[in-house]
Design a protein around this ligand. Structure first.
Ligand SMILES: Cc1cc2nc3c(=O)[nH]c(=O)nc-3n(C[C@H](O)[C@H](O)[C@H](O)COP(=O)(O)OP(=O)(O)OC[C@H]3O[C@@H](n4cnc5c(N)ncnc54)[C@H](O)[C@@H]3O)c2cc1C
Length: 198
């Protein structure tokens, strides 16, 4: 997804005429042109969408001091295998500030922190098992007890010339399910425990 495009998620009940499907819809990476909160409609590149709950994530930007420091524009240029800055080897950037092929999500931010930590440990002479590249698993909640499922994996492959290519694979399931909501809660519990302790 381009960083300049808003991410739009639309949750709509069956009564909405524009969205006659039984399940809520997810519309990713479309340009939002206008929102009418009274009519509960959003004008987008993908047409007029009706909604009950509208979640718009604006284009992602980094803090000015990062670009001022010459670490990259619009995000910090890093080696996607270690998250080390390609402009200053003393610096690592993870999460939304890093310019990588990976999605900008909390899930990949957690994974990328592990990869960077292992790289730093290696530099300090501590032998650590190589961390896998970040993946992304999202369970967008569309009702208190139901969620969707989106999963993305990235692989870096070097061709005969030495150029590195990114292979992206994944799957998504837009059927709102209670099982996904349960998996999301498990992920949240695991993540909070990793960050702050049990
Ligand atoms: C509406 C919305 C929904 C989302 N839903 C999901 C989801 O369901 N699942 C998922 O995985 N991801 C989700 N994301 C993405 C996820 O929130 C981000 O990818 C993730 O938070 C990035 O982590 P980060 O640590 O890189 O940055 P952040 O979480 O943004 O943390 C950066 C921190 O730095 C602080 N800061 C900024 N400037 C300065 C400064 N000058 N000095 C000191 N501190 C500063 C900020 O206050 C902030 O606390 C969502 C994002 C949005 C906006």
């Amino acid at each position: 997804m381009s960083h300049r495009r808003a991410l739009l998620a639309v949750a709509s009940r069956p009564r909405c005429r524009a969205n006659s499907r039984r399940d809520p819809r997810r519309v990713a990476g479309t340009q939002v042109r206008a929102v009418d909160p009274r009519a509960r409609t959003a004008e987008t590149e993908a047409g007029r969408l009706s909604y009950d709950v509208l979640s718009v994530i604006p284009p992602n930007r980094t803090m000015p001091f990062i670009t001022d420091a010459g670490l990259g524009t619009p995000f910090v240029d890093v080696d996607p295998k270690s998250f080390r800055s390609t402009r200053d080897e003393r610096i690592y950037a993870v999460g939304d500030n890093a310019d990588t092929p990976y999605a900008k999500t909390g899930y990949t931010a957690m994974d990328s922190a592990r990869v960077a930590a292992q790289s730093i440990a290696g530099d300090l002479g501590v032998s650590a098992p190589g961390a896998a590249l970040p993946a992304n698993v999202c369970y967008p909640m569309v009702a208190p007890d139901r969620a969707l499922h989106i999963e993305t994996h990235w692989a870096l492959e070097q061709d005969a010339t030495g150029a590195v290519h990114v292979r992206v694979s994944g799957r998504h399931d837009d059927r709102a399910r209670a099982s996904y909501a349960r998996l999301r809660r498990e992920w949240e519990t695991r993540t909070l425990s990793t960050l702050f302790g049990p």
